[in-house]
Design a protein around this ligand. Structure first.
Ligand SMILES: [Mg+2]
Length: 156
């Protein structure tokens, strides 16, 4: 099972920048929110065959290694890549761009029908009916999202 992971609004809630209970951090280089990250990692440790692909705008800014460094080492080893960049040159093909990038990633590996789930705070990145676990961008990966991911991974 492939997990296509967004970061902003998932592991970095939009409200994290105003929090005073976290150690100070550089807003241009934020850490993952600890509770969101721990919830995500706990689910992954129960599903050892699931692999993670970064499907976030972070891949335009940070090298994959810098993203992996934010996970615990056992989980970082399971972050195996990032989705390709597809051109969004006009309004017609910007629709569902992230969904198409997921499909391009799987097609590139020769497994276009492989089961997958995406975690994202924006439904419009994916076609209706896509296997997406939606988060509230202000909250990030909460207990409800963790339960949904756990269930999605058991279903395979
Ligand atoms: Mg997002």
């Amino acid at each position: 099972m492939w997990i296509f992971l967004d970061i902003d609004g998932v592991l970095v809630p939009d409200t994290m920048y105003e929090r005073t209970d976290l150690p100070p951090f550089d807003p241009a280089d934020p850490p993952f929110e600890p509770a969101c990250r721990d919830r995500f990692e706990t689910v992954l440790r129960h599903h050892r065959s699931a692999l993670v692909v970064i499907a976030s705008s972070w891949r335009e800014i940070f090298p994959l290694s810098a993203i992996c460094d934010r996970f615990s080492p056992d989980i970082a080893r399971r972050v195996v890549g990032q989705t390709p960049f597809l051109a969004a040159t006009d309004a017609a093909n910007v629709n569902y761009l992230r969904h198409r990038e997921v499909e391009a990633f799987l097609a590139g590996l020769g497994v276009p029908k492989a089961p997958w789930v995406a975690i994202d705070d924006i439904a419009d990145h994916f076609r209706p009916g896509a296997p997406v676990i939606l988060t509230d961008g202000n909250v990030g990966f909460d207990d409800r999202a963790a339960a949904a991911l756990d269930q999605a991974l058991y279903a395979v």
